[in-house]
Design a protein around this ligand. Structure first.
Ligand code: SF4
Ligand code: SF4
Length: 323
């Protein structure tokens, strides 16, 4: 089946296989995590050993300093567990005002992490927080026993710090399906979340929905249930031509813990690194915008998760519903 997605994209418009102007640098600080979720596409967990060193962080900062206006999107694993997490944000802040951290929330409840809410506030970091449901049962099933209660506690701490209340302190929640199905409409789910989380005193800005990528741990989850082929069929049958021009790899680059460049986080998890014209693996070190913009994107069939239904990206659905 390899190549089918590329053919589908090419049939819409040949220019869609190329990158546009770069807007977002997404940086993976490593695969250590205090959780081990069943849908995790980066296979993160407490045993993760690939931690971005300061040397690579400095390369990213140099890149940001040479290309003003880029958004820095920090992810992991659990990025807060990188020992140089504070260093990285404080340095990067000098070159970009737009910093996002993707937090699993429960890390705020780990011993020794009490400084996090204030640190986020002081650096006006925008937060994208994983919250795959508003019920304890579903969250604990996907993310582990006790995760729902800890997530609510963390959200309460962030709200008390001004998140979701002060307009400079934005917090979005991230929904992903608990199995081999597509998310419901983003704006409808947002209303449900708002109503259901109100009783815990939780406020947030937006809910974003993400389609699970059929790779790594989630692929294994589907395979052991005999659902992998069905899920791929679902993604392919729901291919939405109208969102193809907006797939995130056209304006985002993903940086691995060791500085290697990828078209996105999913390609990173699969080891599909970007290559220069000589076929050499590309790295953030010494690179600039001109090395990245206009390059052809590496597509495989997991890419159908980005164009299924309302489309999907690290910023949520690509179709914005109005209901
Ligand atoms: S999905 Fe997020 S919180 Fe869960 S194991 Fe992976 S990195 Fe950690
Ligand atoms: S999986 Fe990555 S490379 Fe493929 S379409 Fe999505 S963002 Fe682009």
């Amino acid at each position: 089946m390899a190549g089918d997605f590329k053919t589908a994209i090419l049939s819409i418009d040949r220019t869609l296989i190329k990158r546009k102007t770069l807007g977002i640098v997404q940086v993976n600080l490593g695969d250590t995590c205090n959780q081990r979720c069943v849908h995790c596409h980066v296979n993160a967990g407490p045993e993760g050993k690939n931690i971005m060193p300061r040397r690579v962080m400095d390369d990213v900062i140099r890149f940001l300093s040479g290309s003003k206006g880029l958004m820095l999107d920090i992810t992991g694993g659990c990025p807060e567990l990188n020992p140089d997490f504070r260093y990285f944000i404080e340095k990067a802040r000098l070159f970009t005002e737009k910093i996002i951290v993707r937090s699993n929330l429960t890390v705020l409840c780990e011993p020794g992490m009490e400084w996090l809410p204030e640190f986020y506030r002081n650096n006006t970091v925008k937060l994208f927080c994983s919250m795959p449901c508003y019920t304890k049962e579903n969250v604990d099933k996907q993310r582990g026993q006790g995760v729902f209660d800890k997530s609510i506690r963390a959200l309460n701490l962030l709200n008390d710090c001004g998140y979701g209340k002060d307009k400079k302190l934005e917090i979005d929640l991230v929904y992903n399906p608990g199995g081999g199905f597509l998310p419901g409409k983003q704006d409808v789910l947002e209303k449900d979340y708002r109503q259901n989380l109100e009783k815990y005193g939780v406020v947030f800005n937006h809910l974003i929905t993400i389609v699970n990528a059929p790779i790594n741990r989630f692929k294994h989850y589907l395979e052991v249930r005999g659902d992998f082929d069905e899920y791929m069929k679902l993604l392919i049958n729901n291919f939405n031509r109208d969102v193809a021009a907006d797939i995130m790899c056209r304006n985002l680059v993903s940086v691995g813990w060791d500085g290697i460049l990828y078209d996105c986080d999913f390609n990173q998890s699969l080891g599909l690194s970007m290559r220069d014209s000589a076929g050499k693996i590309m790295e953030i070190r010494g690179g600039g915008l001109s090395d990245i913009e206009g390059k052809e994107i590496i597509f495989e069939n997991h890419c159908y998760c980005c164009t299924a239904g309302a489309g999907s990206s690290c910023q949520g659905a690509l179709v914005k519903y109005v209901s």
